[in-house]
Design a protein around this ligand. Sequence first.
Ligand code: FES
Length: 131
Amino acid sequence: MNDEFLKNMLKEYKPVKDNLIQILNEIQEHFGYVPKEAQQAVSEYLDIPMAEIYGVITFYSRFSLKPKGKYNISVCLGTACFVKGSQKIMDRLQERLKIGVGETTKDRKIFNRRNKMCRSMWFSTSIYCKW
Ligand code: FES
């Protein structure tokens, strides 16, 4: 990736594996996601396999492989929320926004995702938006 930001940012970190999360954080902040070219650059710089970097990106919900929208909507599909009807809400959101899970509206304002983490909202379905 021939990107000045990436080259300059990587120079600020020693090429050690412990810096992976912080480097990915900076990439996520700058691009709004972690592009494949940036993953490749980090892989080469830290001498970490691409599969491992992919694993970290997909493990933490903070990171995204696709550009996120300005606003993020998460819908919990855990057991308690599912019983309360969260799948119907997710289906309705997708229908109204015309996007699937992990997708962003064409105007890049809204990003829709499935929440993997239970927030123990036993009394109602857990849906949250991040502005
Ligand atoms: S199951 Fe949805 S918040 Fe716990």
